[in-house]
Ligand binder design. Structure first.
Ligand code: AMP
Ligand code: ZN
Length: 463
């Protein structure tokens, strides 16, 4: 049984998805006004671990990560450079996609852009107006938190001092500032970014974007919603209020939040200026796989203090791990060692058991490192057969579907090639084998070899 700590109930709970074997999951994605920093990537790496682990234990995961490409920050950035909002945000979307590739993050099934879902947002706001949960003030539309009786249930905020009808226009504000929040911002001439809609000329507030896009792709009630702890209030609290008021149904069953990446005890953030982008670290020649490992290897609900020293340690660990993996071909004898099979079974059980307990990555990694130690002892004694080599390699490749820390030269493919592979998988599912074969041939000419496995299509690059 898988268990997760649910921010909504404040306890660990057994995980039951709504549909058997299918998990519908929403991740608050980046605001594309700049490069994401590695604090942001701590959240995305935690979500990647969750996604990959659920798939590993047999769930089909349908995952959405939105892209916030219209808000105060993106508008300001585009204006400063004197280019269109689209040109500006396209640039940072491209960088973001490159970064998630570098960190080996699984691309979510849907990455909807806010600007392409204005219609859905307007519909949702109309519902809230009709049901009396929203009101106009000076051309903008606000959500009346006093109308939603369970406002505060996620974050546990104190509502006793809230002045009814006091409103806030900014998308981000503090707990002390709890007020009616903006759903639709009246168009401002100086911004020049607005949509002319049934509810007026304007643009959406940040919170409504996520409610509209999550429900469009995952339905009115879905399984998991994730983010960093800073998202709990006001963003996720407001998402719940908007969505549940509009549908009358529970919005999300399990809320999972990761603790912050810290620098000297403070949250890494743009505003504090204490951040590293992924590219800052790559420019310093750090190994991206070690950055992934560092962000992955601390339990997601424990704060993680970032230092370059800890990154160097992560580099050592990743190097040793890969040396072990690559070295598996040597020292093999003909004699099969039955004990190794048992060790693999034990390690795999430990790996799954620990991750099933609210993604206890540290303990699951310990079980793998203990396994490596034991195997190394057999190695040094020469009690390691060729068949053992194969099964240990297979085991490490198997768990690498979750960890993704094995370094293979052929690991990265450009976005358009990955899309082609997906297209071929779809063609195979639709029994369009002619198209599937054509794509296979095309890729072969580019020296990319495909292998269809029960887990999906794998690829290999020929040198
Ligand atoms: P933003 O672009 O600020 O909306 O952040 C994108 C994601 O990164 C959200 O899920 C945030 O909760 C998360 N995040 C931002 N800063 C940090 C940090 N220092 N540590 C962990 N997660 C963070
Ligand atoms: Zn969101």
């Amino acid at each position: 049984m898988v268990r997760f700590y649910n921010t909504l109930t404040k306890k660990k709970e057994d995980f039951y998805p709504i549909e058997d074997k299918i998990v519908k999951m929403y991740t608050c994605g980046p605001t594309v006004y700049d490069f994401a920093h590695i604090g942001n990537f701590r959240a995305y790496v935690f979500e990647d671990l969750l996604h990959r682990f659920l798939e590993y234990i047999g769930y089909k995961v349908i995952r959405v990560m939105n892209i916030t490409d219209v808000d105060d920050k993106t508008i300001k950035g585009a204006k400063k450079e004197g280019i269109s909002l689209k040109e500006y945000t396209d640039r940072y979307i491209k960088y973001f996609l490159e970064d998630i590739n570098t960190l080996r993050l699984k691309k979510p099934d849907f990455m909807p852009r806010a600007t392409e879902h204005i219609k859905e947002m307007v519909e949702l706001i109309k519902k809230l107006l009709n049901k009396g949960y929203a009101y106009y003030k000076d051309g903008s539309i606000y959500f009346s938190i006093s109308k939603f009786s369970s406002y505060g249930k996620l974050s546990g905020i104190d509502l006793s001092n809230v002045k009814i009808g006091a409103s806030v226009d900014a998308d981000e504000y503090e707990k002390e500032d709890v007020r009616d929040f903006v759903l639709w911002k009246k168009a401002k001439e100086e911004e020049g970014v607005y949509w002319d809609t049934e509810i007026g000329k304007g643009r959406p507030g940040w919170h409504i974007e996520c409610s509209a896009m999550s429900m469009k792709y995952l339905g009115e009630t879905f399984d998991i919603h994730t983010g960093g702890v800073d998202n709990i209030f006001p963003h996720h609290e407001n998402e719940i209020a908007q969505s549940e008021s509009a549908t009358g149904k529970k919005f999300v069953n399990y809320w999972l939040h990761c603790a912050h990446l810290l620098v000297n005890g403070e949250k890494m953030s743009k505003s504090k200026g204490n951040f590293y982008t992924l590219r800052d670290l790559l420019n310093k020649n750090y190994n991206p796989v070690a950055i992934r490992y560092l962000l992955l290897s601390t339990h997601y609900r424990d704060p993680l203090n970032f230092t370059e020293q800890s990154l160097r340690q992560a580099e050592n660990t990743v190097r040793n791990y890969n040396e072990f993996y690559k070295g598996l071909n040597i020292c093999a004898s003909e004699k099969y060692n039955q004990m190794i099979k048992q060790e693999i079974e034990k390690a795999k059980k430990g790996f799954i058991k620990e991750l099933s307990d609210d993604l206890n990555i540290s303990s699951s990694l310990s079980s793998i490192f203990n396994f490596i130690k034991t195997v190394n002892i057999f190695f040094s004694k020469g009690e390691f057969g060729k068949e053992n080599v194969k099964e240990v390699k297979e085991f490490m490749e198997d768990i690498d579907r979750v960890l993704c820390i094995i370094e293979r030269k052929e690991e990265f493919l450009p976005e358009e090639i990955l899309d082609l592979i997906k297209e071929r998988e779809k063609a195979r599912k639709d029994r369009d084998f002619e198209k599937a074969d054509k794509i296979r041939e095309f890729l072969k000419q580019k020296k990319i070899i495909l292998e269809d496995t029960p887990y999906g299509t794998r690829w290999k690059k020929l040198d």
